[in-house]
Unconditional design. Sequence first.
Length: 170
Amino acid sequence: MSGPAMPDRTDLAILEALQDDIPLVSRPWEAIARRLKVPESEFLTRLDRLHTAGIIRGISPVLESRPMGLGASTLVAMHVPGERLEEVAAIISSHHEVSHNFQRDHHYSLWFTLSARDEGGIRHVLDEILLETGIPATDVLDLPTEKKIKIDVRFSFMPDREQENTVGSP
């Protein structure tokens, strides 16, 4: 997969496997590689190439905020001038209460999720972000969570789904 080459069957199987539970063991990549029947070293090389190619942006857990004492959450949309998008996104991402942010092709061009212990905590962090970025409050939509809906989206990269336990090297 060096350069602009498309991912092969093994790469696609890795992408599918990463959507499942990552084992809580000392060597999770080894466990997944074993399940896919590829050497761990090859798995790690491919994982690095998929990341370098921008196919994988990151691997992180999805955590439920309420059991951790974070009872409030909100979705925030900001109008950010295009030339400031990366700068503002970096400031937002520096706050540990922000789980992620993303760009949209819209007047409100930067969206992010924010969780805190309560509404006051949300307000405090949002005020800090506005102060640090210089974005006026009039350019912000704060959309507090009213009802939590659990979404478990998974993508099928393998048309015949026979990759399970039978991948190996191409």
